[in-house]
Design a protein. Structure first.
Length: 614
C-alpha cells in the first residue's frame, strides 16, 4: 500500500529518504512527504509524485542543515483525497511530533471525536492524523514518559492495521516504529539504520535486515535497536540477508518495469525450477514442504486462498492438482474466506498465495484457517514476509523483486510452483514415475518456448495499435486457459483502463454474446487441446455477429488463420502447461495498448503493489 522510509545515522538524510521513496513509489504515488530532525523538526509534503517533492526540498534542507535523521512517506489514498494536507507526515499542533502511517485505523472516527472534544484541531481528512494527536495527548498528560512508552500506550487504543514511524524533537535521536498488519523492515548498516515498508530502499546500503512481526515495536538509535511487543516484552530477532541486488530493482534499459518483468520470465522460470526439478533423477526436491508432504497427500480437500492475479494462479492450481493428484480443490477469494464462516478443519490443507507475502486479506484467511485447525501452506516471493513466517510450510517462488504494480512474472512463477506441487502430490499415488518424468521434461522446455514468444513483441505491438481505442474487450478460454482469460482481462483493465472481462468460452452464449458487435475485440485462447473444436465453434459464433477476433494459437495451425482477424502463434505444449505460454502474449498486448494510450503502466491509477489494507 503506502511506502515508508526512515533513516538515522551519519549521512545527510534528505537525499537518502527521497531516493528511498522513489524506490517505493510503486506502493503509492498520490502524494509524498518527508520530515527532517536536527534539533528542530521540519516537514515538506505535497500532492503528486516524489519527483515533484524532490524539487522543493532544497528549502527544507536550508531550514534544517545537516539533518541525519528523518522519515518519509509516499501515499496511496484510503481516507481523504490526494492533497497537500492529506499527505504524510502528520504533525501535532506544537509541531514537535511527526508520524507516518501505513494501514487503516478502523476506530479513527471515535478517536477523532474524542480528541476534538478535548480541543484538538484536525487539518487533514485522514485516519492517520489521529495517531499523532493521540500520542501528543498521552505525552501531555504524563510528560515524564519517553517517546517509546507514549507510542506504545497510544497504540493500545488503536483498532486496525498500521506500519508506523514516529519522531519527535523532544527526543531528537531516535525513531520509534511499530507494526500490525503492515510490513516494516529495519536495515542494519555501520553506525546507521534504515527503515522501510519493504527492502527495495535498503538493498543499496546493506543486505542485513530484521523484519518486524505483527504486534512489535522497535526503538532505533544510532547505537542500535531494540524490539519489544506492544505489551513491552523484549524480542530476539534473527538478522536476515537479502537475496537480491540493486540491479534487480533497476529498469535495466527497459522503458518500464512492467516490460522488463515480462521479459524476465524465461529466466525466472529457470530460477523457480533451479534445484527443485532433478530431471536426471526423475524427481522433485521441494524442501519447504518435504516434511509435510505425506500430510499434504492425505488431505481430504485443498482450499487455495489468494487475491487478484494470485487468485488466477490458484484457479490454474485447482485444475492441476485435481488433474494430477485427484484431490478435491476449492479456490476462494481471500477477502471472502473469513467472512463466510468457512468449513475447514484438521483434514484440510489451505494454501495461501501472495507475491508480497503481506496481502492483508490473504493473511486474514491464513489466520482463520489456522484457528480452525487446517494445515496452512504458503507460496510467496518475499523471503521473511509475514506469510512465510506464519505458515507451517511453504515455498518461495524466487522470482526476484517485482516493481511493476501489474503482476506478470509473479504469476508465471506461482503457476510453476503449483505445477510442481501437483506433481509432488501425485507421485506414488495417482501417476507413475514415467509420467512424472514426462511432465518434468515438458516443464523444463517452457523457458525456451517463452523466450520465443517474446520475439513476437513487435507483432503484438502492431495488433495493439489497431485496438488501443476499444471501449470493451472480451477474453475467452476453456479448461486450463479459462483462468488465463481472466488474467488477460485483468491486465488490460489494470493498466489501460479499458473495460475487459474474461469468461469460459462456453459461457459466452449465456450473456456476453449480447455485447458483441463490430466494435468489440474478442480474444480467444485457441490452443490445440481437447476443447479445440469447441473453441472454433465459439469463434464462428463471434464472427457471425461481426466481432473482431484475435486468437492465441499453436504454431502450424492454419485453420485458425481463416477465422481470426489476427493470430499470435505460440509453441505447442501439453494442455496443463499451456497457461505459462498463453499468458505472455496477453501481458504484452495489455502493455502495448496501455502505453499507446499514454498510460503509466508502472503506476496505474488507484492501484498499489502490496495491498495491506482491507
Amino acid at each position: 500500500m503506502c511506502g515508508i522510509v526512515g533513516y538515522i545515522g551519519w549521512q545527510d538524510a534528505a537525499p537518502l529518504l527521497l531516493k528511498g521513496l522513489k524506490r517505493l513509489e510503486y506502493r503509492g504515488y498520490d502524494s509524498a512527504g518527508i520530515a527532517l530532525l536536527n534539533g528542530t523538526l521540519s516537514v515538506m509534503k505535497q500532492k503528486g509524485s516524489v519527483g515533484g517533492l524532490e524539487k522543493d526540498t532544497h528549502t527544507l534542507r536550508q531550514e534544517i542543515p545537516g539533518a541525519t535523521l528523518g522519515i518519509g512517506h509516499t501515499r496511496w489514498a484510503t481516507h481523504g483525497e490526494p492533497s497537500d494536507r492529506n499527505a504524510h507526515p502528520h504533525l501535532n499542533a506544537a509541531g514537535d511530533i511527526a508520524v507516518i502511517h501505513n494501514g487503516i485505523v478502523e476506530n479513527f472516527s471515535a478517536l477523532k471525536q474524542e480528541l476534538v472534544s478535548q480541543g484538538y484541531v484536525f487539518v487533514s481528512e485522514t485516519d492517520s492524523e489521529v495517531l499523532v494527536h493521540l500520542i501528543d495527548r498521552i505525552w501531555k498528560s504524563e510528560p515524564s514518559l519517553d517517546l517509546e512508552t507514549v507510542t506504545r500506550s497510544a497504540l493500545r487504543h488503536v483498532e486496525g492495521a498500521y506500519g508506523l514511524c514516529v519522531i519527535s524533537s523532544r527526543e531528537p535521536d531516535k525513531i520509534v516504529v511499530a507494526r500490525k498488519g503492515s510490513p516494516l523492515v529495519i536495515g542494519i548498516g555501520i553506525g546507521e539504520f534504515f527503515i522501510a515498508s519493504d527492502a527495495a530502499p535498503i538493498v543499496e546500503h546493506t543486505n542485513k535486515v530484521v523484519y518486524l512481526s505483527d504486534g512489535e515495536l522497535a526503538v532505533v538509535t544510532r547505537e542500535g535497536y531494540s524490539i519489544k511487543t506492544i505489551e513491552n516484552v523484549e524480542q530476539e530477532k534473527i538478522v536476515t540477508e537479502l537475496d537480491f541486488s540493486l540491479e534487480k530493482i533497476e529498469k535495466g534499459g527497459f522503458e518500464h518495469f512492467m516490460l522488463k518483468e515480462i521479459f524476465e520470465q524465461p529466466a525466472v522460470m529457470h530460477d523457480v525450477m533451479r534445484g527443485r526439478v532433478r530431471l536426471e533423477e526423475g524427481r522433485l526436491c521441494l524442501g519447504g514442504i518435504e516434511d509435510y508432504l505425506d500430510r499434504l497427500k492425505q488431505a481430504k480437500r485443498i482450499v487455495i486462498c489468494a487475491c487478484g492475479t494470485s487468485w488466477h494462479a490458484g484457479l490454474i492450481g485447482e485444475y492441476l492438482i485435481e488433474e494430477f493428484a485427484r484431490i478435491p480443490v476449492e479456490v476462494d477469494y481471500a477477502s471472502e474466506f473469513r467472512y463466510r464462516n468457512p468449513i475447514v478443519g484438521v483434514d484440510d490443507v489451505v494454501i495461501v498465495i501472495s507475491q508480497s507475502g503481506e496481502t492483508a486479506d490473504t493473511l486474514a484467511a491464513l489466520r482463520t484457517a489456522k484457528e480452525k485447525g487446517a494445515l496452512v501452506m504458503g507460496i510467496c516471493n518475499v523471503v521473511g514476509s509475514t506469510i512465510a513466517r506464519e505458515t507451517l510450510c511453504g515455498m518461495y517462488t524466487h522470482a526476484g523483486p517485482e516493481v511493476g504494480v501489474a503482476s506478470t512474472k509473479a504469476f508465471t512463477a506461482q503457476v510453476i510452483m503449483l505445477y510442481m506441487l501437483a506433481l509432488a502430490l501425485s507421485k506414488g499415488r495417482t501417476i507413475s514415475n514415467e509420467e512424472i518424468v514426462l511432465n518434468l521434461k515438458e516443464l523444463v522446455s517452457i523457458p525456451e518456448k517463452a523466450a520465443r514468444i517474446l520475439e513476437l513483441d513487435s507483432q503484438i505491438k502492431s495488433i495493439a495499435e489497431r485496438f488501443k481505442d476499444a471501449k470493451n474487450v472480451l477474453y475467452l478460454g476453456r479448461g486450463f486457459n479459462f483462468p488465463v482469460a481472466l488474467e488477460g482481462a485483468l491486465k488490460l483493465k489494470e493498466i489501460s483502463y479499458i473495460h475487459a472481462e474474461g469468461y469460459p468460452a462456453a459461457e459466452m452464449k449465456h450473456g456476453p454474446i449480447a455485447l458483441i458487435d463490430e466494435d468489440m475485440p474478442v480474444i480467444f485462447i485457441a490452443t490445440r487441446d481437447n476443447t479445440y473444436t469447441k473453441i472454433l465453434s465459439n469463434i464462428e459464433e463471434v464472427r457471425s455477429r461481426k466481432g473482431r477476433v484475435i486468437a492465441i494459437a499453436n504454431e502450424g495451425d492454419q485453420e485458425i488463420s481463416r477465422l481470426a482477424e489476427h493470430v499470435i502463434y505460440i509453441p505447442q505444449a501439453s494442455g496443463p502447461i499451456t497457461p505459462l505460454l498463453t499468458v505472455i502474449p496477453l501481458q504484452l498486448l495489455a502493455y502495448h495498448i496501455a502505453t499507446l494510450r499514454g498510460c503509466n503502466v508502472d503506476r496505474p491509477r488507484n492501484l498499489a503493489k502490496s495491498v495491506t489494507v482491507e
